[in-house]
Design a protein around this ligand. Structure first.
Ligand code: ZN
Length: 279
């Protein structure tokens, strides 16, 4: 794939900001999240990596109730992230299961994820420009100070936005079908406010595993002009996932419950159309 070769060349990292120096004519991205130390699902992501210009893993790489100790999980997951970053552009954010230490303010952070940056991944706190699309990767915030940092990060990137703007953020926004658990919403109210304030083009999330599968829930929503996605979580070797095609301006969701497609250049219209890959 032409774009794949490109990713190995025109990218530079400066003070947590990735800059791509050459134009990408088209971009195909994969969103997965909440793999929760399901190694067969990491294997699947690796097996398809060559087909995508960018892969986004939106948090909860580890699992706090897994049998393996957290430190052992971290070693294994870092190896996966390193291998993935060797094949395509990789963007990873932390989730609530990934917190391994505390910062100076006593708030929990996924400090280990910084080692994935050394392997070539863009992570929490980074901003990544691919063509004219700006990606902002936000950490899971566990307290008011980190939340303020996320707010400052978004305010800073709002100033440099020139084309499309995409956020990677583990929790989905509150009051949306993508944060619906069947009886109520369990989303992030601050994210909802930030979306209202900045109106990014796309927000890529996870965290609420059941939202796409519950009556009243969904894998996709539109808040103002912002598209929001939460692929959800399923058992088996293939994770639920969303594929974005920025050329065709469409997003497709793949799951054991079926596949759906939404056109990104049209207003949100439920129910979404079924997507038949072979059609
Ligand atoms: Zn999760």
């Amino acid at each position: 794939m032409e774009c794949r070769a490109f990713f190995g060349r025109g990218v530079s990292l400066c003070c947590g900001t990735w800059t791509v120096l050459t134009r990408v004519p088209a971009m195909k991205c994969l969103l997965v999240s909440d793999l929760h130390y399901t190694l067969k699902q990491f294997d699947w992501v690796y097996s398809v990596a060559d087909s995508f210009d960018a892969i986004i893993i939106a948090g909860d790489h580890l699992d706090i109730v897994a049998i393996a100790a957290k430190e052992a999980q971290i070693v294994v997951i870092l190896k996966y992230l390193q291998r993935l970053a060797g094949r395509t552009r990789l963007l990873v954010s932390s989730g609530n299961h990934d917190l391994s230490s505390t910062n100076d303010a006593g708030e929990k952070v996924a400090k280990w994820l910084a080692r994935a940056r050394g392997a070539g991944a863009a992570i929490d706190g980074d901003s990544l420009e691919i063509d004219d699309t700006l990606f902002t990767i936000c950490p899971w915030w566990d307290g008011p100070l980190l939340r303020e940092e996320v707010g400052a990060q978004l305010a800073r990137d709002a100033q440099r936005r020139t084309g499309a703007w995409v956020w990677v953020y583990h929790a989905p926004p509150d009051q949306s079908p993508v944060s619906w658990i069947g009886k109520k919403h369990l989303g992030d109210e601050y994210l909802l406010r930030w979306i209202g304030e900045y109106q990014p083009d796309i927000v890529l999330t996870g965290h609420i595993h059941q939202s796409p599968f519950r009556q009243g829930g969904s894998w996709a929503d539109r808040i103002g002009t912002t598209w929001v996605f939460n692929a959800g979580r399923q058992i088996g070797p293939c994770p639920t996932h969303v594929v974005f095609d920025t050329t065709a301006k469409r997003a497709m969701w793949f799951s054991l419950a079926g596949n759906e497609i939404v056109p990104l250049d049209q207003p949100l219209n439920r129910p979404f159309a079924e997507y038949d890959e072979g059609a």
